[in-house]
Design a protein around this ligand. Structure first.
Ligand SMILES: NC(=O)c1ccc[n+]([C@@H]2O[C@H](COP(=O)([O-])OP(=O)(O)OC[C@H]3O[C@@H](n4cnc5c(N)ncnc54)[C@H](OP(=O)(O)O)[C@@H]3O)[C@@H](O)[C@H]2O)c1
Length: 254
């Protein structure tokens, strides 16, 4: 893995200002676990979720977090998220994590039975909203030589029965991430597959099933921090393929 570190976790960005991230869907699950760890490393993090009370309770007392509740499909909200981060970053955004996501109906239907309006909503949240957030953030990401993490899934590459709607949306997000990386070689753009995690979304995907054997979302965060610290070439990355622990150099600076 390359050792270039544009924005290593645990330090401020190269000009001495605090590194700024936007993390969508941060009231629980992976988004919240990542936000807590970035906060511990001195980042400023702008976060959202639709349920304002749940978001505010989740991030209460977490230093450096600015909650901007809203729905990523709402264009005014998207602009507010980005403008808040740009203002806090004084013209730079170091990291955009498109994490908020929509599973679709639970239980998930076969494609034969997939209601078109619900499929549209899945694509709106999982593809169109991340692309809009990327577009609005681009000038500030470029200033920071920043990183985009689009949270993907193995369903983007594996044709599981019942996962056609969600999986197709994540495949589209992966492809858009790959194109963005070619169009902007100065940025790092990752489609990040976290693997199974014990979260509300996972429970919704397996209604009534015991998912207590799945790992906690916090167990995936070291892989994400490693990705941010080491910044290999843009591409699709699985948490499984990254080492279990954060590199020693980042720990030393936290
Ligand atoms: N869990 C897994 O096993 C698994 C596996 C592979 C990939 N992933 C991916 O990992 C990411 C995180 O998933 P998770 O399991 O941590 O999910 P989660 O625990 O259900 O959390 C989802 C978060 O996103 C927010 N959210 C959902 N829709 C939103 C919208 N339209 N606008 C703004 N915020 C929204 C939720 O809050 P509100 O409901 O209040 O909006 C919540 O904060 C997702 O991209 C998911 O596709 C998960």
């Amino acid at each position: 893995m390359a050792t270039t570190t544009h924005v290593p976790p645990g330090t401020n960005s190269s000009d001495g200002t605090t590194a700024v991230a936007v993390v969508t869907g941060a009231s629980r699950g992976l988004g919240l676990a990542l936000t807590r760890e970035l906060s511990k490393r001195g980042w400023t993090i702008v976060v959202d979720a639709r349920d304002a009370d749940a978001l505010s309770a989740a991030v209460a007392g977490v230093p450096g977090v600015h909650a901007v509740p809203g729905d990523v499909t709402d264009d005014r909200h998207r602009r507010q998220l980005v403008s808040t981060a740009e203002r806090l970053g004084c013209g730079r955004i170091d990291l955009l994590v498109n994490n908020a996501s929509q599973l679709g109906p639970s239980p998930q239907p076969l494609l034969d039975d997939y209601p078109t309006d619900e499929l549209g909503r899945v694509f709106e949240v999982n593809v169109l909203a991340p692309l809009a957030l990327i577009r609005y953030s681009l000038p500030w990401l470029i200033s920071a030589r920043g990183v985009v993490v689009d949270v993907s899934s193995d369903a983007a590459v594996q044709p599981y029965a019942g996962w056609g709607g969600y999986g197709a949306s994540k495949a589209a997000l992966d492809h858009a991430s790959a194109v963005l990386a070619v169009e902007h070689p100065d940025l790092r753009v990752y489609a990040f597959d976290p693997g199974d995690m014990r979260t509300q979304m996972h429970q919704d995907a397996f209604p009534g099933e015991d998912i207590s054997d799945r790992p906690e979302p916090g167990s995936v965060v070291p892989a994400l921090l490693r990705l941010l610290a080491e910044q290999p070439p843009s591409g699709r990355v699985r948490a499984l393929d990254l080492a279990e622990t954060e590199p020693a150099s980042s720990e030393a600076t936290s």
